[in-house]
Design a protein around this ligand. Sequence first.
Ligand SMILES: NC(=O)c1ccc[n+]([C@@H]2O[C@H](COP(=O)([O-])OP(=O)(O)OC[C@H]3O[C@@H](n4cnc5c(N)ncnc54)[C@H](OP(=O)(O)O)[C@@H]3O)[C@@H](O)[C@H]2O)c1
Length: 236
Amino acid sequence: MSTERVVLVTGGNRGIGRAIAERFVAAGYRTAVTARSGEGPEGTLTVRADVTDAASLDAAFSEVERELGAVEIVVANAGITKDTLLLRMTEDDFDSVVATNLGGTFRVVKRASKGMLRAKWGRVILISSVVGLYGSAGQINYSSSKAALVGFARSLTRELGGRGITANVVAPGFIETDMTAELPEETQAEYKRTIPAGRFGAADDVAGAVVWLASDDAAYVSGAVIPVDGGLGMGH
Ligand SMILES: NC(=O)c1ccc[n+]([C@@H]2O[C@H](COP(=O)([O-])OP(=O)(O)OC[C@H]3O[C@@H](n4cnc5c(N)ncnc54)[C@H](OP(=O)(O)O)[C@@H]3O)[C@@H](O)[C@H]2O)c1
């Protein structure tokens, strides 16, 4: 039964990752989250990991394997922003965002793929962003790292699609979390005017799409980009 499957969500201590973990728990999955700080929601196993550090991830996966079994569904959610205009963007602003959002996804998925290949079953779900394909002034580093996840999922689909493994991207729009709370009020109001739904989304809206992609109903969906953005990015 799919509801007994083991899922690992990176960055599950807060924001979208936490909402995703809550949904998986509610649906009966054996759910683990990685956290650098804090804890995942009730009913999850919290393991420490920094996605920029392959050794810490390896240890976290081993702990999940010991406690819950091999990871069958992985949600690469951990991500950061360091927004500024191109001319002000430092090498570190660029490199650290790419190392977390893209490099982190690479490390997490590479480690997860071992168990999935053995099981001949797996679900890889990458949390991108509407700005990956839509673009966003002040987010050259972030939008590049998020656009890259589309190529990642599609290449993975071509590599492992014949082994019972799917790889998909979820592209949230503006979702109410710590990440968007940091935006100045006038920027938030400006964004709301451009979103057909007229409001920011909730973390749980994203979680619904993720849990569906993990389900048996989505077995024949791979290499897709699922927007959860109130219509902001349609056509992109
Ligand atoms: N909020 C939005 O509107 C929005 C829109 C589109 C896409 N997204 C994407 O959705 C994902 C979650 O965003 P959010 O809004 O929930 O952000 P958030 O509230 O800022 O949470 C980010 C999560 O990522 C973790 N994280 C960051 N760097 C990490 C690292 N090096 N190693 C391990 N964990 C790390 C954080 O852990 P700590 O607590 O330890 O820092 C935290 O759990 C991100 O990939 C983001 O780009 C968000």
